[in-house]
Design a protein around this ligand. Structure first.
Ligand code: PSU
Ligand code: MN
Length: 304
């Protein structure tokens, strides 16, 4: 196991679990700083951590604090991050910058995968991965470039519904990233359970997922694995409500010339306003669910 103790600052609980081969789940921080407003963000992040603990695994929320890559936050560090201003959204290209400038950084799916891999954490839970943007097929999230080259398993509720889901799946296929439907036969659509896009693999148990992850290691592949699991039924948004809000938010992003890393936070915030926070409630519910599923998979990987 890689234990990069000089570059990474570990929470003692995380270090202890890793040293004793107990299950650990990495959690990202961009959803805290750029995905949800204060104080909902702090509450959701704590609930994700608790969901991981309830299954018997150790949560490791990952962020950069004053240039120090931190694996597992204390409650004080989490509270700080939830209200901090000037936090850099960190995918691969941002990590050297925030380290050199000793700044605060929130890791995206891409950034969290990189750090999880360095830390020796195999499983990571997020909400929805980034992907190919609708109407902008050249705007491809760094998440889609990280998944093919970093051997970490990412548990999500699909890609964010603001994206072009068919093209996102095509890119994953091209780059050799297995997409596992966990308790589903279609790629989930974040706020809603189904997208109409079939997946060629459905797993019912954490052990089945763990077997695929192990087989990938056996082959020596460096690719990540995507596990997609739908939002719980009771929490999903009606598809028409989600789609109507997304269409309007996309139009506004276009009209306001929103670009680059601002696009996703802008769309998530607008969809939330347009659905009177119903989408935010759904987002929180799926995040907690994903954390729980990831913990079960992490556990299955340590047993056997
Ligand atoms: N999932 C959520 N909320 C979020 C994100 C994921 O429920 O805010 C973040 C993740 O960090 C993901 C990022 O990596 O959005 C994608 O941003 P972009 O499209 O700019 O790559
Ligand atoms: Mn982009």
């Amino acid at each position: 196991m890689t234990m990069n103790k000089t570059l990474l600052h570990f929470h003692p609980d995380v270090l202890d679990a890793l040293e004793h081969n107990r299950p650990v789940v990495a959690l990202e921080s961009t959803l805290i700083t750029h995905g949800l407003p204060y104080p909902v963000n702090q509450d959701v992040a704590s609930r994700m951590e608790q969901a991981v603990r309830d299954v018997g695994a150790v949560p490791a929320t990952i962020a950069v604090l004053k240039g120090q890559i931190t694996v597992g936050l204390t409650p004080d560090q989490l509270a700080y991050l939830a209200q901090a201003q000037d936090v850099r959204k960190c995918s691969r290209r941002d990590l050297p910058i925030v380290l050199a400038q000793q700044g605060d950084g929130a890791t995206t799916v891409a950034g969290t995968m990189i750090v999880a891999q360095m830390a020796g954490i195999q499983v990571f839970a997020t909400g929805g991965i980034g992907g190919v943007h609708r109407g902008h097929p050249f705007d491809v999230s760094a998440d889609l470039l990280e998944l093919p080259q970093t051997p970490v398993t990412v548990v999500c509720a699909g890609a964010k519904a603001i994206l072009d889901l068919p093209l996102t799946l095509e890119v994953l296929e091209t780059h050799g990233v297995p997409v596992i439907g966990y308790h589903c036969s279609e790629f989930p659509a974040f706020y809603t359970r189904s997208s109409g896009l079939p997946l060629d693999l459905r797993c019912e148990s954490p052990d089945e997922v763990a077997a695929i992850i192990r087989a990938r290691h056996t082959l020596g592949f460096r690719t990540g694995t995507l596990v997609a699991t739908p939002i719980p039924e009771k929490d999903e948004l009606p598809a028409e409500v989600a789609e109507k809000a997304i269409a309007q938010a996309l139009q506004e992003a276009e009209a306001n010339g929103i670009r680059g890393k601002e696009v996703t936070p802008f769309l998530l915030a607008r969809v939330s306003e347009l659905t009177h926070d119903d989408s935010r409630t759904a987002n929180a519910a799926l995040l907690e669910n994903n954390a729980r599923v990831a913990a079960h998979i992490a556990q299955a990987l340590t047993t056997l």
